[in-house]
Design a protein around this ligand. Structure first.
Ligand code: NAD
Length: 260
């Protein structure tokens, strides 16, 4: 199972987990599209990873909530490489508030980035995958696709929703050789998580150490963060797996925080 010459689009790949997945795919010889909000950050990532090889990367400016930008980005990929084998819908943000104070605009923004983003990118790549008779779609879920935490109503709602969308894609896509799966990481130290530590300490009235050791890692089997490389390895398996035997699934990678 390898990704040599496979064309893989990864949203939110200029940072964190998406960047790590891009690095893993390029190490395996893939042609990777770094799709992110800001072209300069995406371009820098693409240049750095191409220099590492043996695969190569291009950058695409894409706000995953904007249908025109998504469609233009996918059109650029087709123009450049003529096919799409893998979509990793990974772009995401976190906004925490107690439910009674959650601003409606921020609720809508959260659902839009996570759910509209997954829908719009999937809708744009499916015709190309169906034409080729194969494809792998991967959503970046979370332990919060299965569990709830205080302050994270919009995030938990969106991440649960991705499970449903992946299952529908699995059923509609099967006859075209298209699979869909969800990765559900525990806490990974990326900018998204670093930002939450002081915010949660403030909102919950506890110290930052308590946020890390009790809230983030308290339920793990070994009090360890999941790493970007752990998640990238799972993303490699889902991308490279060759048949519909592995579809409609979600895999939790969280040091045992959530077991199912
Ligand atoms: P990150 O902040 O390091 O990276 C997120 C990337 O998404 C950034 O490059 C950002 O520019 C991009 N992005 C944000 N909004 C976008 C938009 N509208 N269009 C295109 N790109 C956009 O965060 P991360 O921790 O690497 O998170 C990546 C994914 O992993 C998210 O979906 C997140 O919910 C999920 N996740 C993270 C953790 C964790 O602990 N870090 C755990 C479980 C799931």
């Amino acid at each position: 199972m390898n990704l040599k010459d496979k064309v893989c689009i990864i949203t939110g790949a200029a940072s964190g987990i998406g960047h790590g997945i891009a690095k893993r795919y390029i190490a395996d010889g893939a042609k990777v599209v770094i799709a992110d909000l800001k072209l300069d950050a995406a371009q820098k990532t693409a240049d750095d990873l191409t220099a590492q090889g043996p695969g190569e990367a291009i950058a695409v400016e894409m706000d995953v909530t904007n249908e025109d930008q998504v469609n233009a980005g996918i059109a650029k990929v087709i123009e450049t490489w003529g096919r799409i084998d893998v979509l990793v819908s990974n772009a995401g943000v976190q906004i925490v508030h107690p439910l009674q104070d959650f601003p409606f605009e921020q609720w809508k923004k959260m659902l839009s980035i996570h759910l509209d983003g997954a829908f719009l990118t999937t809708k744009a790549v499916l015709p190309h995958m169906y034409e080729a008779g194969s494809g792998s779609i991967i959503f970046m879920g979370s332990v919060h696709s299965k569990e709830a935490s205080p302050l994270k109503s919009a995030y938990v709602t969106a991440k649960h929703g991705l499970l449903g969308l992946a299952r529908v894609i699995s059923k509609e896509g099967a006859k075209h050789g298209v699979r869909a799966n969800v990765i559900c990481p525990g806490f990974v130290k990326t900018p998204l998580v670093e930002k939450q530590i002081p915010e949660q300490a403030r909102d919950l009235g506890i110290s930052e150490d308590e946020v890390v050791n009790k809230i983030m890692l308290g339920e793990t089997v070994d009090q360890e963060f999941t790493t970007i490389e752990d998640v990238a390895e799972v993303a490699h398996v889902f991308a490279a797996f060759p048949t519909n035997a592995l579809t409609g699934q979600s895999l939790v990678v969280s040091h045992g925080w959530y077991m199912n």
